[in-house]
Design a protein around this ligand. Structure first.
Ligand SMILES: Nc1ncnc2c1ncn2[C@@H]1O[C@H](COP(=O)(O)OP(=O)(O)OP(=O)(O)O)[C@@H](O)[C@H]1O
Length: 323
């Protein structure tokens, strides 16, 4: 669906050159849902704008939906949907008319435009709002209307730039449910950008981590996390003597786990370490603690987050940069 090679975009700002995207190779297969994840200014939007023909590359190539973005931009546009940041619908139009007009703009005949529009309103839970003016919709409804606008011509490939920015958690969850339904129904390929780590983690099958205009990691959320970090195992004990005993057991089972004993005060003494797979070590660990007569009060296994991945790759936290 998407193949880029050495895709590059520079901007001239006064006498300076900003290297927004510095030669990225991206491959997306049909039906995939891929997230571009990175801090502010990493080059995500610039990449998306090149892939959607809104911006010319400085150098490199990009084939999108089988067409070249430089030489066949109109053909690319016909085959894709793009939902940019901020909503693109007119404020005073009624929801149903807005979608209908968009269908006509894409060259659909009146009947098809009407039918597709109504189907999408139904599917995106907007049918009850179809007679309302766009300006009266809630944030979540506006975002869903944006998505409907990007889908009215049934593109095989949908680009979503920060689709859930500014939405409350409930509307975000609702939006992703709708996107999942669209994919199940039409097999739409989805490429999105996001700041939200949990969103990249849960919504994307594959994550491209972008930093300073480069793709610095590419894989499923699990692959990325598995490659970089082990799981964090935390054991809690009611007293320090037991915690010390547990630290010895942990050293035996996970000699490279960086075992730490933390005194949380009172009845909260914690032992922490990392292992490649927490679930794999747990049965043996529990048996060993039991055999040593250590009375565990709580155990927790935490898989690494995408933020841990970013931290390991760059030495910086995505969260910090986001604030
Ligand atoms: N039109 C432009 N003129 C000059 N510089 C630009 C332009 N567009 C983007 N840039 C610069 O290119 C770099 C990448 O920006 P881009 O918007 O692609 O990042 P991003 O990862 O999408 O960030 P955000 O999440 O904040 O949108 C930034 O340094 C930005 O300031």
């Amino acid at each position: 669906m998407i193949h880029t090679r050495e895709l590059t975009r520079h901007f001239r700002v006064g006498k300076e050159t900003v290297e927004a995207v510095r030669g990225v190779d991206i491959d997306v297969s049909e039906g995939e849902q891929v997230a571009l994840l990175g801090p502010n200014g990493a080059g995500k939007s610039t990449t998306l704008r090149m892939l959607t023909t809104l911006l010319d590359p400085t150098s490199g190539t990009a084939a999108v939906a089988g067409r070249d973005v430089r030489t066949e931009p109109a053909e690319v546009r016909r085959r894709i949907g793009f939902v940019g940041q901020g909503h693109g619908a007119g404020e005073e139009q009624r929801v149903r008319d807005e979608l209908y007009t968009q269908g006509l703009l894409y060259g659909l005949d009146r009947r098809t435009a009407r039918r597709r529009g109504d189907d999408l309103l139904e599917m995106l839970d907007l049918a009850p709002a179809s007679g309302r003016e766009v300006s009266t919709l809630s944030g979540g409804q506006q975002r869903r209307l944006d998505i409907a606008m990007g889908l009215v011509h049934r593109p095989g490939l949908l680009f979503l730039d920060e689709p859930s920015a500014g939405l409350d958690p409930h509307s975000r969850a609702n939006l992703w449910e709708h996107v999942a339904r669209l994919r199940a129904e039409f097999g739409t390929t989805v490429v999105l950008t996001t700041h939200y780590l949990d969103e990249a983690d849960s919504a994307a099958e594959r994550v491209l981590v972008i930093d300073h205009g480069l793709v610095i990691a590419d894989g499923t959320p699990d692959e990325l996390k598995g490659r970089v970090f082990g799981d964090l195992v935390s054991l809690t004990f009611a007293d320090q003597v037991q915690a010390r005993g547990a630290a010895e057991v942990a050293e035996r089972l996970a000699p490279d786990g960086g075992v730490e004993a933390l005194d949380g005060g009172g009845a909260h003494h914690e032992v922490r370490f990392r292992v490649p797979r927490g679930d794999a070590v747990l049965p043996e660990l529990l048996r060993a603690l039991d055999a040593a007569d250590l009375d565990l009060s709580a155990v927790q296994v935490q898989r690494p987050t995408l933020d841990d991945v970013f931290l390991t790759l760059t030495g910086r936290s995505l969260r910090e940069e986001d604030q």
